[in-house]
Design a protein around this ligand. Sequence first.
Ligand code: NAD
Ligand code: UDP
Length: 345
Amino acid sequence: NYFRNDASSILPAKKDNGGSGRPRKRQKKILVTGGAGFLGSHLCELLLGTGHEVVCVDNFSTGLRRNIAWLKRFDSFRVISHDIVEPIDLEVDEIYNLACPASPPHYQADPIQTTKTCVIGSLNLLELAARHRARILQASTSEVYGDPHVHPQVESYWGNVNPFGPRSCYDEGKRCAETLFFDFHKARGVEIKVVRIFNTYGPRMRPDDGRVVSNFIVQALRGEDITVYGDGSQTRSFCFVDDLIDGFVRVMASPSSLTGPVNLGNPGEFTIGELAEQVIQLTGSRSRIVRQPLPADDPRQRRPDISRATSELGWRPTVDLTEGLAQTIRYFDELLSLPKRQVLE
Ligand code: NAD
Ligand code: UDP
């Protein structure tokens, strides 16, 4: 139940060490920027559930209060409404920098703010990490590969990115953020982790998010036309949120020599047309598929090479597309049955 108000199922284990004689792991103080968003709220939940203290910083531009409302019953959870473009000072052990709109319509709505969030926001958090000797993880993206000429995408590929197109605020912003992360590591000794996330989906996405999985499911459940952009032959690889969050935590806990970049994604590759068919089948919808123009600079193909994550972290996704879509459909079904004014609370 993604709207539960009962945190008991993930409350940390009792404070003793279970009589095993083993010392308990030290509780860390962890900053999650973008913690009210889709990925950030799942990460906050996992970190609180494993006994850590979590500070969520978010400007609520695309995040929802509902995503984190029920986590407030943890004494170890704090929410600060703040824009990372402005500096912030908090004494923390670890930082996950997730703050940034991720969906094309959202990041293109205010492209200058998107670049500022990626670049100035990262700079502010790297300064904070340097000041407090905190380890910092950057949520980078497969978009750094642009419209890739190398397939599947391996971390050593430099990408094919338009520097002034509609996607550039995000793609170039995230590329510059990676540059800052590696330069803070080299010049100031900051412990960094850079993960390149490939299309991830699951419960807690907004119904108006605008990305393909949420669009198709919401359209199918409402019986509206399913909008395939272009001829639907472009490909993406879809990772279920739980797998990705497990990857985040593994990367953060890895030896300091592993800075990344590390690809995190599900290597199963599907055309957008196949995704539309699958959503129709799983929802039993009578929606029709309609074609709309392909947006400018839309990447033709995308699939992660995850050999690095598998060999260095033992990580690989476990949830296949059918199972992940079924869980996501259940979530949207429940969400859309709420009174209209509550849906985007
Ligand atoms: P999301 O839009 O649901 O979450 C982003 C969160 O950041 C929101 O809560 C938003 O309010 C907050 N935010 C945005 N700008 C901010 C700012 N300037 N200051 C403070 N908070 C701000 O998106 P998501 O899918 O959860 O993505 C999280 C991160 O992962 C993003 O950095 C995104 O670029 C990255 N990522 C996600 C995917 C994916 O498929 N979900 C893929 C690649 C990269
Ligand atoms: N897409 C689509 N219909 C939609 C939304 C997206 O066909 O309603 C396509 C989009 O053109 C792209 C793919 O689905 O080819 C993935 O789009 P999304 O915005 O989810 O992510 P990104 O392009 O950033 O990978």
